[in-house]
Write a protein that binds this ligand. Sequence first.
Ligand SMILES: *[C@@H]1O[C@H](CO)[C@@H](O)[C@H](O)[C@H]1NC(C)=O
Length: 122
Amino acid sequence: MRFIVSQLAIYSIAAVMQISSVVADSGFGESCSSIEISYTTLSANCAEVDGSVEAAQIDLSTCIGNSNGQLACGVEYQETCSGCDYSGTVLYCECTNDSDQPVSTSIDLNTCIGDNNGELVC
Ligand SMILES: *[C@@H]1O[C@H](CO)[C@@H](O)[C@H](O)[C@H]1NC(C)=O
């Protein structure tokens, strides 16, 4: 019985991951741990569908942009943002807006990055 329950849990997780990867790549924070950001590289340990854990990395410059002083899903935020820091899955930076003025902004990286079977994707 315990075996059946755990198998069901694995199939449910697999089903949820398949649905979420169809809708959007987001929510890596739920299945990844040990999240660290060094310059534009995000590293984490991410769960695969079978429950094993994979060391994964993604270049945030391919996932995050600057939209008029606001961090957003996009690309190349590092070209117009500086002083970035993070806490958990939230990235904080000072980004220049369209008038070239610095603006403090943050984004929950969960909204732009997903865990696709142990691989970080955006
Ligand atoms: C840019 O930020 C400055 C300072 O907050 C603000 O006064 C200005 O209106 C902003 N420009 C745009 C295009 O949003």
